[in-house]
Design a protein around this ligand. Sequence first.
Ligand code: HSE
Length: 431
Amino acid sequence: MKEFNLAIIGLGNIGLEVYKNIKKNASDIKKKTGFKLNISQICAKDIKKNRGVKFSKNIFEKNIFKIINNPEIDIIVELIGGSEGVAKKVVFESIKKNKHVVTANKSLISKHGDALSILAEKHGVNLLFEAAVGGGIPIIRSIKQGLIANRLSHIYGILNGTTNFILTEMEKRNESFQTILKDAQKLGYAESNPTADVDGFDAADKISILSSIGFGSKIINKGFLVEGIRNIELEDIKFAKSLGYKIKLLAIAEKIGNKVKQRVHPCLIPNDIDVANIDDVINAVVVDGQPIGRTIYEGPGAGKGPTSSAVISDITSIMLGNDEFSFGLAPSAKKKMGLINFDNHISRYYIRFLTKDVSGVLSKITLALAKNKISIANLLQTPSKSGAANIMLITHVSKELNIKKVLRNLSINKKLFKKIVMIRVRDLKKL
Ligand code: HSE
C-alpha cells in the first residue's frame, strides 16, 4: 500500500485541529482513500508549548526548509497565513520541490493563485485551498466538480463570519458596532486588528477566488468595489427592519458576457430572501448557472473544526488523485476577463443623513436627488441627540454614478451633514 507523508507548517488552532482529526480518523482515511496517511513532520514556532496532545518523537522540525527539502514528504499543509513573507515562500518553494500543497490562505491564493497554479501544473503537483473560502462549506469542490456541467452566471453570499456575527448581534442585542466588535474580539471571532474582516477585504479575497473558479477567469483581486460594515449603526438596522429588510455584508460576482461584475458591500436584503436569514458566524453561498438553476450552500464559515474539515478533504483529494486543477481548469485555459464599470450599476439605495436639525435640510437633500434624476420611495426623519436628526430614505431604482454625485455634493457641507451612510438594496425579486 502506498503511503503519503504529510508535513504541517504552522501549529496554531487550525494546525492542531488538523493534526488531531487526522489522527482520530486515521483508519477511516485509509478505508476511504486506500492509502495510509502519516503526519511525518510539524513546524511550529513554540514546540515546548503544552497543547494537551502527545506528539510522536522527533516530529518537530524548526527549520522549514529542511521540511521542504525532505524527499520523503509528499504533501505540505501551509497554515501560517498572509499573502507575503514566510507563507508565500513556503508555498512557492514547496511546489518547486514537487510537493503537493494544501493551504487555507485566502489572501495568498487571491494574490498569487494564478502564478501558483501555473507552477503546480509545471511540477505535476496539486495546490488545493478548500478552507480558504466558506470555512467548512465544500464550496470550491462543489463548483469545480459537482457543478462541472454548468455555465455559471452568479456567485454571491455571506463569506465573512465575523461581520455576519457583528451585524446579527447588533440587531439582537440592540448594541453598537463598537460594543459588538469588542465582544467578537473577546470571543476570538475578530482579530485585534479587525480591518481584514470589518472593512471587507477578507470577503473580497474569497469572492476573487470563487469568481475565478466559477467563471474560468484569471483572478480579479483588485479594482473592484470593497466596502465593509464600519459605518453601519443601529439606526440603519432598525430602519431596514421596519421596512422588512436585513443588512448583510455580501460578496457578489456576476458574469455578464465576457466581463465580471464583482464587489463586496453591505446590502439591504428583503427578509424573505435566501441569505437574509443566515445569522451569526454562518456563511452561505448562492451559485446560479445553467442547466442547474439556483443552488445554495450554507455552513460554518470559520473556526478550527470546519476549517480542519476542509483542509483534510484537500489532503484526501490529493491522495485519491481526483482534483487535479486548483481552479477547476488547466491554468492555460483561464481567460483574462475585464471588470464591469460599477458606476453603471443600478439598484435601489438606502441613504441615511445625520444632519443638523434646522430648516431647509430636507429640501437640500431632495433638490440634490431631483437634479440627479433620483426619486424617493420611502422617507423617515427621527430626532437624534443634541439638535441633530437622522433622515433616512430609500430611492427608487437609480444609477450608482448619480447616487455618488449626490453624496459627494452633500458631504462637502460638513456643518450640515455630519454623516452619510449609503447601503445598496439587493431586491432580488426585482433586479
Ligand atoms: N475571518 C474569517 C471570517 C475567518 O470571519 O469569516 C474565515 O476565513
